[in-house]
Design a protein around this ligand. Structure first.
Ligand code: PMP
Ligand code: GLN
Length: 390
């Protein structure tokens, strides 16, 4: 028999699914896969229920419901001062996962190069490679995760078609500064490259930091495809509603990929997200401040258990160095061990690297959970750590 596609045949099941299954098997608190353990805002869910009952429920327009495309354009203006034409510059997708696939396959040709920063979200590499392009990975190093500018400059060439910029960044909670984005922008201009901007955590940014879309920098408006996700903005990860904002000529091509991936996205959910994006400032500020308090709570618990906790300025995630606990194995071994023995699941950070030199001493913990769950997880990890030390 002929072999199936080489990129996807070589892949395992995603680490999120593997660790969630292990957590279920062992009855562990799941701080691995990133999803909130509440149901999301009542009013947004009520808007979906009403839209589904009232209809229409047949195929909506391929680009997305006008109400949602208008709401995305308005949100771009409201939060970032971007002027966006809702008809030609916004498209709705079935989650940011589809949006990433649409943008990458729309831009890449075989032989192109795509720069990513590692640790990187796990869908980037296979989608780039399946398009026949080459991944050029730039590893960021703990604990500061700063941009290695010399390596980045060396990575850019005229073969560079795009750079994938994920800010706020999963799994490390890094929020790119305007200065860092400016450096990336200068290289993009020098080498005539595009950016696919994964900004799903745009509203999950904590005190002292601000989300800056690369698209707002001079010269970047025509070069960036900016991706958002209602899953993160409304704590409704199961809904899988994403949206892309980009210049009309690129969006025309992106729409062609979307038409053969999903073609459309459930209209009732789109209507509810359109409503949600119009919520008042208190909603968006409250979302960030509630997650910031959860970050602080888990960071405190992890420190009390003996971890060295790294900074996390946004997203759902915090990473921690487990070596001070006296555990000498790899991060994969550590995450399996705490799932089985401490009954708390986490994700090994090396799962987000494919370049050599991945750190092997860090675990990613998800903090978008009820306070009592975070407290219980911290207590279990502390008891486990005391067991190692004893
Ligand atoms: N990008 C990043 C960085 C993510 O963490 C996620 C969350 N799964 C996604 C994209 C995909 O988002 P969605 O659930 O909207 O497909
Ligand atoms: N974004 C989520 C995370 O990083 C997982 C999404 C998924 O399971 N594919 O945990």
């Amino acid at each position: 028999m002929k072999a199936a596609n080489s990129v996807f045949s070589a892949l395992g099941t995603t680490v999120f699914t593997v660790m969630s299954a292990l957590a279920t098997e062992h009855g562990a608190i799941n701080l691995g896969q990133g999803f909130p353990d509440d149901e999301g805002p009542d009013d947004v869910r009520a808007a979906a229920a009403k839209a589904i009952i009232d209809g229409p429920n047949q195929y909506p327009p391929m680009m997305g419901l006008p109400a949602l495309r208008q709401a995305v354009a308005t949100a771009n203006k409201r939060f970032y001062g971007l002027d966006v034409d809702w008809q030609s510059e916004v498209m709705v997708t079935s989650g940011a996962t589809e949006a990433l696939n649409d943008c990458l396959t729309a831009l890449l040709n075989p032989g192109d190069e795509a720069i990513i920063f590692e640790p990187a979200y796990d869908s980037y590499r296979p989608v780039i490679e399946a398009a026949g392009a080459k991944v050029v990975a730039i590893p960021l190093e703990p604990p500061h995760w700063s941009l290695p500018m010399e390596k980045l400059e060396a990575a850019f060439s005229d073969r560079t078609k795009l750079v994938l910029v994920n800010t706020p960044m999963n799994p490390i909670g890094k929020v790119f500064t305007k200065d860092e984005l400016g450096r990336i922008a200068a290289l993009m201009e020098r080498h005539d490259a595009y950016a696919v901007c994964d900004e799903v955590y745009e509203h999950l940014v904590f005190s002292g930091h601000a989300h800056v879309p690369l698209m707002t920098l001079p010269g970047m408006r025509e070069r960036c495809l900016r991706i958002g996700s209602a899953g993160k903005t409304f704590s409704l990860t199961g809904w899988k509603i994403g949206y892309i904002t980009g210049p009309a000529p690129l969006m025309e091509v992106v729409a062609k990929t979307h038409q053969f991936v999903t073609f459309t996205t459930p209209p009732g959910l789109q209507a509810a997200v359109a409503y949600g994006l119009g919520k008042d400032d208190a909603y968006f500020a409250g979302l960030a401040s509630s997650l910031e308090a959860k970050r602080d709570l888990l960071a405190k618990g992890l420190r009390a258990a003996g971890f060295d906790v790294l900074p996390a300025d946004g997203t759902y995630f915090i990473s921690a160095d487990f070596r001070p606990l006296g555990f000498n194995g790899t991060d994969e071994e550590f995450c399996r061990e705490i799932t089985v023995k401490a009954k708390v699941a986490a994700i090994p950070l090396s799962a987000f690297y494919s370049s050599p030199g991945a750190p092997r001493h860090l675990a990613r913990f998800c903090f978008c959970k009820q306070d009592a769950i975070l407290e219980e997880a911290s207590a279990r990890l502390k008891a486990y750590a005391q067991g190692i030390a004893a």
